[in-house]
Structure formats: structure tokens, C-alpha cells
Design a protein around this ligand. Structure first.
Ligand code: NDP
Length: 349
């Protein structure tokens, strides 16, 4: 076990024998796969610039507490590829003996390398990208390979065909799609089903402050096609946590103005954050725990995919499991704050 305050790491890692005692696992759609209700994402903070030892401590701590699923993409960093490289180093040093206990995902679909073959959804791009990802991570295969976003120009048959091809090559066990709207999700699921490689999972953004999946009825379609879902950015990049209760702390994402705009932290937004925080306290939770519980209240959401910058945040978030249910009154109270907060975010987007 790693002490959250003193992550002095031994070079030989032995996973905590109690790692499966407290985590809850949910079945991913109608598949054979179960995922932890919390997944650690490596989009931020695994960039090769911050402390490698902090990254290593976070991965170890997560795995020691039953987080078997780590979510990555080809371009997470910066620079592109850095998160996969950092994960690969940690895998080599610590996790290799546990490969069969891990569920590792990567993706391709956004800008990755120059020229016409390093972006969007061609077979040329997806196949080359997964080959590169496997090299960076030192893996023989990933557990799930995603198409990261829809491509308006490449025929969907080609993109889904590339996913199917990679599964048949043994380079991915399962496939997923991310950021696909509901109509396209249905088409993609149908093509994949016909190819004999059913779509395991959809990765949409979803949080108290981001509800497009509800208005677009995404979870009805994913359920109909037997897919699981994993909600990314359930903490709205940190807004739904204690991070900004008292302004912008140094080193936080907003302080860097990177993927959370500094000018979103105003007296008005801090007011909403504090109101949501009070509701969480009434529930005996922190705000980040309430935000994670909120996306998990729908059983069609298999896992909440959060990011963290230190072990303490992971430790706090793991305690979501102590209260996962909501009363109708609590949900109404949350909506009463979330509605004007979402309007605020729209005005500032
Ligand atoms: P989150 O909503 O999970 O926000 C994470 C940030 O919240 C952390 O970096 C940290 O901020 C803060 N935080 C987390 N826990 C706590 C806590 N207990 N107390 C205080 N602050 C806390 O979203 P992310 O943007 O990190 O996304 C999560 C993952 O989702 C990514 O890593 C990636 O895997 C995936 N993703 C997928 C996308 C897609 O297109 N498919 C797009 C975006 C993300 P700080 O760093 O300031 O400490």
C-alpha cells in the first residue's frame, strides 16, 4: 500500500492483496466484461512534464483499490503520445505481472501526426495509430480500441471495418466509439454487429453540467445494442469538485488555462459550486463524490471516467461508493443549481 502523503515508491511493486475488496464492478452492456465503476483517465497529468513518481503513485494507488481500467488515447500529453509512453514505463516497471487483471484502452480519431493519414477515421490512420500506440505502451494488445470522434467524410463502413480488422489481427480485444451522436451510434453499432465485432462501449461526455446524452437519448440506443457506456469528465474538468471553492489554486487546470478556461472561475460560478457543495455535504459527501455518484445513478452508465493530479484526489473519489443513491428531492435541488450553472457555461463557451 502507498501512503497517500508519502508516496515513496519501492522499485518492486506488489499489488495490494485486498484490491478487489471494495470496488464495485458493473457489467459493460451485454458483454462478458465487467468494469470498475471508477476508471482513471490519463488525458492530463501524464504528460512527461509533471513528476513521473506522482504518475506512478497514482496508477499504483488506483490499481491497489480495484481500478482495473485505465483510459488513454494516442494524442494524450502534450506532446502527443506522452501519456502512452508514461503509462508504458509504469506498466514495464510495476504492472506487467498484472496484465491479465488490467483493462487498457486507447483511441485514435483526433489530430496525431502531419499529413493526410494522421487524423479522423480512415483505415490507414487507425491501423497505423494502434500499431504506434502498442509500441509506446509496450503492449501486445489493448483491451479496447476506440474511434475517438466521428469523421464526417470517411464512410462509416471503412472506419468500423478498420476496428473489426484490428480485432481480427488480435491487436484489440474489443472496440468502442467516442463522441458519436445517437443516430450515428446506431449506424455504427449495426455495421459492427454485421461484421461480427459488436461494439463494446460508447464513451460520451456526461456530468451534472453536461447532459447532451439525456436530450439525445443516447443511453436508450446503447442499451438497445447491448453496449456499455463510460462517462468522461464527470467532474466537468474539476469544476465539480472542491478545487475552485475558494478561487483558482496554483497548479490547477484553470490556473494553467488548459482545457478549463480561467475566466470560467468567477463570483457567479463559485456561487454555484458552493451551492452544489452544500448539497453534497448534506448527503455526507464531497462535491466530487456527489458528481461521480450522479453519473452512476443510471445503471446504463458502466463507469465514471475521471482524471486526477494526485493520489489524494483518487482516494477522495474512491469514497463515492459510500453513497451512490439519490432521493428525488436531492436530484431536484441539484437541478435547481445546475440549470443556471449550465446557462452560465453556455454564455462563456
Ligand atoms: P474530470 O471531470 O474527471 O476532471 C479531472 C480534474 O478534476 C482533475 O485533473 C483535477 O483537477 C480535478 N479533480 C479530480 N478529483 C478531484 C478531487 N477529489 N478534488 C479536487 N479536484 C479533483 O475530467 P478530465 O478532463 O480529466 O477527463 C477525464 C478523462 O476522460 C480523461 O483523462 C480521458 O481519459 C477522458 N476524456 C475523454 C475524452 C474523449 O473525447 N473521449 C475527452 C476528454 C476526456 P487538477 O488537475 O486541476 O487537480
Amino acid at each position: 500500500m502507498i501512503d497517500a502523503h508519502h508516496p515513496s515508491l519501492t522499485s518492486v511493486y506488489a499489488a495490494d492483496p485486498a484490491r478487489y475488496d471494495n470496488m464495485i464492478y458493473r457489467r459493460c452492456g451485454k458483454s462478458g466484461v465487467q468494469l470498475p465503476i471508477l476508471t482513471l483517465g490519463l488525458w492530463h497529468n501524464f504528460d512527461g512534464y509533471k513528476s513521473f513518481e506522482t504518475d506512478r503513485a497514482m496508477i499504483r494507488y488506483a490499481f491497489d483499490h480495484g481500478i482495473t481500467h485505465f483510459d488513454i488515447a494516442n494524442n494524450y500529453g502534450p506532446p502527443y503520445g506522452a501519456a502512452e509512453r508514461v503509462f508504458g514505463q509504469i506498466y514495464e516497471q510495476d504492472l506487467k505481472p498484472y496484465r491479465d487483471e488490467l483493462f487498457i484502452s486507447t483511441k485514435a480519431g483526433y489530430d496525431m501526426w502531419p499529413g493526410p493519414y494522421g487524423d479522423y477515421g480512415s483505415k490507414k490512420y487507425l491501423v497505423a495509430s494502434l500499431n504506434q500506440s502498442l509500441k509506446r505502451m509496450g503492449l501486445d494488445y489493448v483491451d479496447v480500441f476506440y474511434h475517438h470522434r466521428p469523421d464526417p467524410e470517411t464512410p462509416l463502413e471503412e472506419t468500423m471495418g478498420a476496428l473489426d480488422f484490428l480485432v481480427r489481427q488480435g491487436k484489440a480485444l474489443y472496440v468502442g466509439i467516442s463522441n458519436y451522436p445517437t443516430d450515428l451510434t446506431k449506424k455504427a453499432a449495426e455495421i459492427l454487429r454485421e461484421l461480427g465485432t459488436p461494439c463494446l462501449i460508447h464513451q460520451p461526455s456526461y456530468s451534472i453540467l453536461n447532459r447532451w446524452t439525456e436530450t439525445d437519448h443516447l443511453f436508450d440506443i446503447t442499451a438497445e445494442y447491448g453496449m456499455g457506456t463510460i462517462a468522461f469528465a464527470p467532474l466537468q474538468h474539476g469544476l465539480l469538485s472542491s478545487r475552485y471553492l475558494n478561487g483558482i489554486p496554483e497548479g490547477s487546470r484553470a490556473s494553467l488555462d488548459r482545457h478549463l478556461k480561467k475566466d470560467l472561475i468567477t463570483d457567479e460560478s463559485i456561487g454555484y459550486i458552493r451551492q452544489l457543495n452544500s448539497i453534497a455535504i448534506e448527503r455526507g459527501q464531497t462535491l466530487s463524490q456527489m458528481a461521480l455518484a450522479w453519473v452512476l445513478k443510471d445503471n446504463r452508465v458502466t463507469s465514471a471516467l475521471f482524471g486526477a493530479s494526485n493520489v489524494e484526489q483518487i482516494a477522495e473519489n474512491l469514497r463515492v461508493m459510500e453513497n451512490l443513491s439519490f432521493t428525488a428531492e436531492e436530484l431536484q435541488e441539484i437541478d435547481a443549481v445546475a440549470n443556471p450553472f449550465m446557462e452560465f457555461l453556455k454564455r462563456h463557451s
